[in-house]
Every structure is written in C-alpha cells, then in structure tokens.
Ligand binder design. Structure first.
Ligand SMILES: Cc1cc2nc3c(=O)[nH]c(=O)nc-3n(C[C@H](O)[C@H](O)[C@H](O)COP(=O)(O)OP(=O)(O)OC[C@H]3O[C@@H](n4cnc5c(N)ncnc54)[C@H](O)[C@@H]3O)c2cc1C
Length: 375
C-alpha cells in the first residue's frame, strides 16, 4: 500500500523546519523535501538573526511575539543553546521627519501593548556608547526584541523534528503535482512521487515557481540583500541599531553585536536588485562601512571577517502570504516572508498548524486578513 503523510512541506528553511517540528510534535506524519543537501541552506543561513515584535501591524506583532516566546525559552524547552540574546532594537533619529515617524509608530505599538519607548540622546548613549551624538534627536528602544543564531536554531529545530518522527528528503527537488478536481493528489520530485493529505509551499525564493506548478500565481520575487560579520570583540553594544536614513546606493541599514561579540550587519540596496545571484559585490562593504562608521565612529576599529549575499522573498506589500489556497482545498502557502522569515518562523509554524487543523485562535482571522489569507 502506498504511504501517505499528513503533510508534505516543500522547503526545509526558516519556515519549513519549524513547521515540521510543530506538526511532528503533535504526532502528525510529516515529509519535508528540499533541493539542497541539509536544512537551512536556502535563505535561512543568510539571515543575520534579528528578531523583533515591534512591527506596525497586529498580525506581525502577534506572530512575532509568539516567536520570541519560543526563541527565548528554546534552551529550557529543548536543551540547545541558539544564542538567544534579549538585546532589544533601536531606531535612532537624526531628522525631524524620522523622529515624527518613529514617535507616531511608538503610539501605535504602545496601543498594541508593546514595550517600546522613546529615549533622549543621552539616555540612548548609555545603551549604545559610541553612537554619533551630532544631530541625534533620540531613539526608540524596545528591550524585549532580540537576536539568535539562524544556523543554531534551524539545526536544533531540525533535530527535534526528526526525533519526533518527521522525515526529510534532501537533494530532492519538487518538479510538479498531480491534481484531481480541486485537490493535490501527489507531489512529484526528480526522485519519486509522494502522497499526503495536505501540502505546504515553504519554498522561499522559489515559492512562485512551486505555486505555479499547481497553476496558482503568487507575487513572490527574490530581492537581493548583502550582509557581513566582524571578528569577535568584548561586548560594547546594547540594542540592534536600525538607521532609517538613505545613503548612496542604499536605504536603511542595521547592525548589532551577537552573543559571541561579533558585529553583524545588513543593508537594503536602493534601487532593489532583483534575482537569485548569490555572488557578493565589491560595492557593498565600502558603502556600508562608511555608513556604520558615520553613525558609530568606533566601529572603524573592527575587522570584517566575511560578507555574503542572499535574497528576501519579497511581496509587493511587504506582508507574507499565509493560508489555504481557495483553488485547491489541501494546498497551503507560507511564503513571501520578506526580511522577516527567521523572526516569524516559529509563530508561523503554529499558525499553519491551526489553519490545517481548522482549530483557530480568536486572533487568527485578523492575522490572516493581513497575511493575504486566501482561505
Ligand atoms: C542578508 C539577509 C539578512 C537577513 N536578515 C534577517 C533577519 O535578521 N531576521 C529575519 O527574520 N530575516 C532575515 N532575513 C530574511 C530571511 O532569511 C528570510 O525571510 C527567510 O529565510 C525565508 O524563509 P523561507 O523558509 O521562506 O525560505 P528559505 O529559508 O530560503 O527556505 C526555502 C527552502 O525551499 C527549498 N526549495 C525551493 N524550491 C524547492 C523545490 N522546488 N523543491 C524542493 N525544495 C525547494 C530551498 O532549497 C530552501 O531551502 C535576511 C535575509 C537576507 C538575505
């Protein structure tokens, strides 16, 4: 008799791995398929590990708050250190306009019950000594946000999923589906054919191609971003710094010191660079180094170890696409995570479980409205 799973997850990345853990923990039979040789080898390992719940939309806030609960308790729940650090986020403002935008946002976030406040320049300097005080008008500070290692978290989650019984097939690519009426009846790969009650697209940068195999168009496009990491030094930084100002060839950029003392940094190119080219450019480091030294001059003493390039799986409105597809009753999407797939992952995993089992929480309809639920 042919084997059939409760769910097949396409993609073992920031979303697919926690989804597998969640379903396997709940005693569902899970098969995860990924083209690459091991978990987290797509965009997951490109993420710099920033985790925040201080968004402007209730759906993202709720999902990220749940993720933070999971990340921050991971070690006591599962025994593995994922380098969670509750270092917080900060958005310093150097222009009147940015100060107004940030203060207006704080009001909204406080209405949602978030722990975020406005600091004077002097208060902010106490958290991030070395910050350039010239023209600094103050900063937001959200102490409950934090950071963790995507490499360690996804590996740990993968081993938990496998221990709970999830099966993983690596070096195997999904190439099509068999469809009867309004159901996916099988998933075809370059190596075999698999059957399951439900199928989840968690294919990151390739989510549009996978969805197209089921005849459904979704607007997810890979948008290149580069990042880098310095050699470790003694702890000197408090919260993540997000500089909203535009610079040459770039929009915002952000950096923080991780639990090993390494400053990790990332920048948003302007104009965007679309596509899946992973070759690091020679322009990124000179551009971001100048910007980082301008906002925190002491960073000039750090040595950069390496840079890399990856993609945000972008949607036109910056919101993920999560939910059941109305065209096919057993096909689900958890895609278009943009620059937030790592921080949303564990919360999205629980949400997907509730969607598939139709055992919704009271907040889910509102979350799904914003997450383009097509159910
Ligand atoms: C430089 C950079 C910095 C970032 N920093 C952060 C950060 O600080 N915080 C944060 O939250 N996010 C960050 N991100 C974004 C984050 O990395 C992504 O949002 C997240 O990894 C997307 O998760 P995913 O599971 O959708 O995709 P992925 O993690 O890429 O997983 C998708 C998987 O699907 C597989 N796949 C695709 N097609 C197929 C197929 N046909 N068959 C089988 N397998 C397939 C791929 O091989 C891949 O392993 C950053 C991204 C970059 C590039």
């Amino acid at each position: 008799m042919k084997k059939s799973y409760d769910i097949i997850v396409i993609g073992a990345g920031s979303i697919g791995v926690p989804v597998a853990t969640e379903f396997a923990k709940k005693r569902q039979s899970v098969l995860v398929i990924d083209s690459l040789p091991s978990p987290g080898q797509g965009q997951d390992k490109k993420a710099i590990g920033g985790i925040r719940a201080t968004h402007s939309d209730k759906g993202k806030i709720l999902v990220s708050q749940r993720s933070i609960e999971i990340f921050s308790h991971w070690k006591e729940m599962y025994g593995d250190d994922i380098q969670w650090r509750s270092n917080g986020y900060s958005f310093p403002a150097y222009t009147k306009k940015d100060e107004k935008v940030l203060r207006d946002l704080i009001n909204i976030q406080q209405d949602f019950g978030m722990n975020i406040k406005w600091l004077s320049p002097e208060q902010y300097r106490e958290l991030n000594p070395g910050i350039n005080m010239e023209g600094l008008r103050g900063s937001t500070y959200s102490p409950e946000d934090g950071s963790a290692s995507p490499l360690l978290f996804t590996q740990s989650s993968y081993f938990k999923a496998a221990a709970y019984g999830a099966e993983f097939k690596f070096n195997e690519t999904v190439i099509g589906f068999d469809i009867e009426k309004d159901r996916l009846t099988s998933v075809r790969t370059n190596r075999g054919v698999y059957h399951s009650a439900h199928v989840l697209n968690a294919a990151g940068s390739f989510a549009k191609d996978v969805s197209q195999m089921a005849g459904i168009h979704i607007p997810v496009n890979p948008d290149s971003h580069e990042a880098g990491i310095c050699e470790p030094v003694k702890p000197f930084m408090g919260p993540m710094v997000v500089d909203m100002r535009k610079g040459r060839g770039s929009k915002n950029f952000y950096f923080y010191q991780n639990s090993e003392g390494q400053v990790v940094f990332c920048m948003t190119p302007d104009p965007p660079i679309w596509g899946i080219d992973n070759l690091a450019t020679s322009t990124f480091l000179p551009l971001i180094a100048r910007r980082m030294i301008r906002i925190m001059p002491m960073l000039a003493n750090l040595k950069v170890r390496r840079t890399w390039r990856g993609q945000y799986p972008m949607t036109p409105d910056g919101f993920p696409i999560v939910g059941k597809m109305k065209e096919l009753e057993n096909f689900y999407q958890a895609v278009g995570m943009c620059g937030q797939g790592f921080m949303l992952g564990p919360g999205i995993a629980e949400l997907i479980y509730r969607i598939v089992t139709e055992d919704y929480d009271s907040d889910d309809p509102e979350i799904l409205k914003k997450f383009r639920s097509l159910s």
